[in-house]
Design a protein around this ligand. Structure first.
Ligand code: FAD
Ligand code: NAD
Length: 463
């Protein structure tokens, strides 16, 4: 006899485990199937959290080497203990995994450890590590199996010198020369980590710009700053082939000289993870790129089967997956649940950080939307000067007629924290004037957000 549930969730990433907890809170008998020992998915195991741990540690190292002296702090013999840095990162992951294990227990969510596969008709089998198969059934099944790194023919990871983000989070030594393929979020974040730790970093990008999709003014500023920090960019570059032997790697590029280096990081995007999931048996359709197709209640083409998170595409972000998990569970249990896809922020954790919410100036102009733009530089903000973080700016885009905020883009220290105010303002349908009239504490970086809102109406005080 198979154990039966109201809801079985396949995948315990930020989409899956959050959906399971919310469903259990709402009274559904819920199970989660995860094939990795650790919960938390890509985000916790090999994504958001370990990358941020290394970004923080490498930033501290760079600060202490390059910037403490100018503040009158004398630190001699600053060095790196890479195994210790990795141990700290792994410790953070282990603690948070323990936290999620505890949350599932607290909410009485059953946890199955193995590969989940749908058989159709609400049946799911779990293949455990040793090959033992457990049969389960449920009224509803949620696919939250996430994504994995993409690659191209001629550009495949070799598990050693040619790696994806997963390997680049655990390299045992600092590569002398690292070549990153792809100037997207992963390329710039992990490229920054290894540059700070001492690598020469060359980023190869197919397009003529970095960070496609990001406001182009912000991307230009980011490139200027990252180049000043020592990152090298080769844009408009078509990689033909990547190969490696025990001495190093060779990258062949169309119409250009080959490059040799110690390690290659392939960061050219991610694809949905649906391997051996039983999509056909269950009757679940995907689009041409393999993303599972869903309706507004996250229902797939198979009745009773739903999907959320990276596996359905859109912004591949942990908080987007979490919001979908909650909206899905609430819709399933209560009939209502909602997400505003127009106010999902995005943050890139370089130094300075890059954060945005809403539309870009480029997209609005392309659609002929009449807009007003206010900009305020951190160089004119007292707190930024005191902290030594003068780079970057806040840019607020509002509708020319109604003044409603349509997009906010920030490049600067703590931009990832500052963007939350903009997201809340937009969620409440704020105008730029609303934001401009809110009192912001002095001296804070957030004052730059207020000044940018004032600049929309050409009345910034400090510029
Ligand atoms: P995942 O987190 O991918 O979880 C899916 C889970 O399903 C996995 O644990 C997998 O093992 C499991 N699974 C798959 N198939 C099966 C099966 N058949 N049976 C059982 N289990 C299965 N996003 C941010 O918002 N902020 C960041 O700072 C950030 N940094 C990132 C850094 C890196 C290096 C990477 C790679 C990604 C980063 N992301 C970040 C993206 C973020 O990790 C993803 O958007 C998020 O994890 C997606 O959540 P998910 O629940 O949809 O899927
Ligand atoms: P991405 O889509 O951000 O960037 C991929 C880059 O590779 C693009 O600039 C693209 O033009 C380029 N590219 C594609 N094919 C190429 C080729 N053949 N040669 C050279 N360049 C090529 O993807 P990513 O950086 O791999 O990240 C994957 C996902 O993970 C993203 O969707 C992102 O949302 C998520 N992520 C988020 C964060 C964060 O929120 N801070 C951090 C890391 C990852």
């Amino acid at each position: 006899m198979s154990e039966s549930f109201d809801l079985i969730v396949i995948g315990a990433g930020p989409g899956g485990y959050v959906a399971a907890i919310r469903a259990a809170q709402l009274g559904l008998k819920t199970a989660v199937i995860e094939r990795e020992a650790k919960l938390g998915g890509t985000c916790l195991r090999v994504g958001c959290i370990p990358s941020k741990a290394l970004l923080e540690s490498s930033e501290l190292y760079e600060q202490s080497r390059e910037h403490f002296a100018e503040r009158g702090i004398v630190v001699n013999d600053v060095g790196i203990n890479l195994p210790q840095m990795m141990e700290h990162k792994d410790g953070v992951v282990a603690q948070l995994d323990g936290g999620i294990q505890g949350l599932l227990k607290k909410n009485r969510v059953a946890r199955y450890f193995g590969h989940g596969r749908m058989l159709g008709g609400g049946q799911v089998e779990v293949t455990e590590d040793g090959g033992n198969v457990v049969s389960l059934s449920a009224k509803s099944i949620l696919i939250a199996t996430g994504s994995v790194s993409s690659s191209f023919p001629g550009m495949e990871p070799d598990g050693d010198r040619i790696g994806t983000s997963t390997e680049a989070l655990s390299w045992p030594e600092v590569p002398e020369h690292l070549v990153v393929i792809g100037a997207g979020v992963i390329g710039l974040e992990l490229g920054t980590v290894w540059r700070r730790l001492g690598s020469k970093v060359t980023v190869l990008e197919y397009l003529p710009r970095i960070l496609p999709g990001t406001d182009s003014q912000v991307a230009k500023e980011a490139q200027k700053i990252l180049q000043k920090q020592g990152m090298n960019f080769q844009l408009g570059t078509r990689v033909k082939n990547v190969s490696a032997n025990e001495l190093g790697c060779t990258i062949e590029i169309e119409d250009q000289d080959s490059i040799t280096c110690d390690r290659v990081l392939i960061a050219v995007g991610r694809r949905p993870c649906t391997d051996n999931l039983g999509l056909d048996a269950a009757g679940v359709a995907t689009d041409k790129r393999g993303f599972i197709q869903v309706n507004s209640a996250y229902g797939t083409t198979a009745p009773g089967v739903y999907a959320i998170g990276d596996v359905i595409g859109g912004a591949m972000l942990a908080h987007k997956a979490e919001e979908e998990g909650i909206a899905f569970a609430e819709k399933l249990a209560t009939g209502t649940g909602h997400i505003n896809y127009g106010t999902i922020p995005g943050v890139i954790y370089t130094a300075p950080e890059i954060a945005s919410v809403g539309e870009t100036e480029d997209a609005l102009k392309e659609r002929g939307h009449k807009i007003k733009v206010g900009r305020f530089s951190f160089a004119a903000n007292g707190r930024a000067r005191a902290a030594g973080h003068m780079e970057g700016f806040v840019k607020i885009i509002a509708d020319a007629e109604t003044d409603r905020i349509l997009g906010v883009h920030i490049i600067g220290a703590h931009a990832g924290e500052l963007i939350a105010e903009a997201a809340v303002a937009m969620e409440f349908g704020a105008s730029a004037e609303d934001l401009a009239r809110c009192c912001h504490a002095h001296p804070t970086l957030a004052e730059a957000v207020k000044e940018a809102a004032m600049a929309v109406d050409r009345r910034a005080i400090h510029s």
